[in-house]
Design a protein around this ligand. Structure first.
Ligand code: GDP
Ligand code: MG
Length: 434
């Protein structure tokens, strides 16, 4: 998809005069590409209309500017469609937050619950899980295994067959024990059977969730809109997680889900591991949908996030501590689908390993999370202190060899930054990552 869209947009760049006809043709090509990405027909129609109206409105922007206007119109109109105008539920520290997960069987609920718990655990929330899926054999076992790996308390039963009873008892117990994030897994059937919906409604009534999360499989194509609507009518969805965006999934269904439920997308899942999970960012998602994550846009985004004069001045002097590196990585993370972003930054793929840039970067960040201020700010030399290396590795669930790699990576960055500082390249706030 990305290729087709870029091609459509590029064709436009190649013509000198951006006429009405050129725009129409391009809109047509983009519309086709979006349909192929499983974006709902109605939505594509609306988008076309919105962009046309907007372009007529912004008529004065001619020539080169017009092209920019069109590109921006696409990104902004699509982003707007991903923003339902309602906020997702915000976890509250002072109480037990009950979050119920719903979705068809195989959508990725149980997997997503583990990622969700991991995400909040890392932020310091006391999480726990309740398995109210008594329909699928092995469901409890799957949840239990994940919970054990995450050292997350769980509630469920091999023998009890009533999911409502389990949900009610589990949530009651965890509320009593003052857990902060209580996650309820439910069963999903193959199709949208009425028995599933009855069960979901009963569980909902029994546990009174603060948020109901609809888990959506991105590979399911055009059916997603109807599916989301049916779930929404049955249990009033509060937020959406889109899974399986790794591989060939295109993710256009996310737009349909938002349109059908009026609920915002909160996370994206992109693999089977706990870390393959990222908060949803409409703009980077749209760029990915449009395949427009080109270098120029990226540099501009980085500039936006890095436009911090103090930091630039510091770099210009050639100072670059582990803490600086952490902040740079954080900026990169904000830009969205990591592997893709990483691959676009010159020098980074080689530094962190071509194949797993995103994961490596995350692991690097966990390591830096485990460091003391002295270590981050370069007041002690970690490389000369094996016991500190060990501590960091233990604290971040990594291996000392990896921590050593992080330090090597930092040294390389430091060298580049210092070189650029000396040559004056960093002056004037030019963002440079490598
Ligand atoms: P549930 O029936 O909704 O609870 O779905 P599961 O969590 O059991 O997931 C169904 C299958 O999808 C499992 O094989 C998961 O490993 C897989 N899965 C879940 N999320 C993702 C994802 O983001 N990417 C990929 N590739 N597979 C996923
Ligand atoms: Mg499950």
């Amino acid at each position: 998809l990305g290729n087709k869209l870029s091609a459509a947009l590029q064709k436009m760049q190649a013509v000198t005069v951006v006429s009405e006809e050129v725009i129409d043709r391009m809109l047509g090509e983009v519309a086709r590409a979006l349909l192929e990405a499983d974006v709902n027909v109605k939505i594509v129609g609306e988008l076309r209309k919105a962009i046309k109206t907007r372009l007529n409105f912004e008529e004065e922007a001619a020539g080169t500017n017009r092209r920019k206007t069109i590109q921006r119109a696409f990104v902004e109109e699509l982003s707007k469609m991903l923003d339902p105008g309602t906020k997702a539920y915000d976890m509250k520290k002072s109480k037990s937050n009950v979050v119920m997960f719903v979705g068809l069987q195989g959508a990725g609920k149980t997997t997503t619950i583990a990622k969700f718990a991991h995400h909040y655990q890392r932020k310091g929330w006391k999480c726990c899980m309740v398995c109210a899926d008594t329909f699928r054999a092995g469901a409890y076992d799957q949840l239990r295994q994940n919970a054990t790996k995450l050292r997350c308390p769980f509630y469920g039963s091999f023998s009890e067959a009533d999911p409502v009873k389990i949900a009610e008892e589990g949530v009651r117990q965890f509320r009593r024990e003052k857990y902060e994030v209580i996650i309820v897994d439910t069963s999903g059937r193959h199709r949208q059977e009425s028995a599933l919906f009855d069960e979901m409604q009963e569980i909902r009534a029994a546990v009174e969730p603060d948020d109901v999360v609809f888990v959506l499989d991105a590979t399911q194509g055009q059916s997603v809109g109807d599916q989301a609507k049916a779930f929404h009518e049955a249990v009033d969805i509060g937020s959406v997680v889109v899974t399986k965006l790794d591989g060939h999934a295109k993710g256009g269904g996310a737009l349909s889900a938002v349109a059908a439920t009026g609920a915002p997308v909160v996370f994206l899942g992109s693999g089977e591991h706990f870390d393959d999970f990222e908060p949803f960012n409409p703009r980077s998602f749209v760029s990915r949908l449009l395949g427009m994550g080109d270098m120029r846009g990226l540099v501009e985004q980085i500039k936006d996030t890095v436009d911090n004069k103090d930091q630039m001045d510091k770099f210009a002097k050639g100072t670059f501590t582990l803490r600086d590196m952490y902040e740079q990585f954080e900026n990169v993370m904000k830009l969205g689908p990591l592997n893709k972003v990483m691959a676009m930054i010159p020098g980074i793929p080689q530094l962190v390993g071509e194949d797993q840039g995103g994961n490596r970067l995350k692991r690097f960040m966990y390591m830096m999370d485990s460091m003391t201020d002295d270590e981050l700010d370069g007041r002690v030399d970690l490389d000369k202190c094996p016991s500190r290396l060990d501590r960091v590795a233990r604290g971040s669930g990594t291996h000392p060899v990896e921590v050593h790699m992080l330090l090597k990576c930092h040294k390389q960055f430091e060298r580049v930054v210092s070189k650029m500082g000396k040559s004056g390249l960093m002056k004037g706030g030019d963002a440079n990552m490598a």
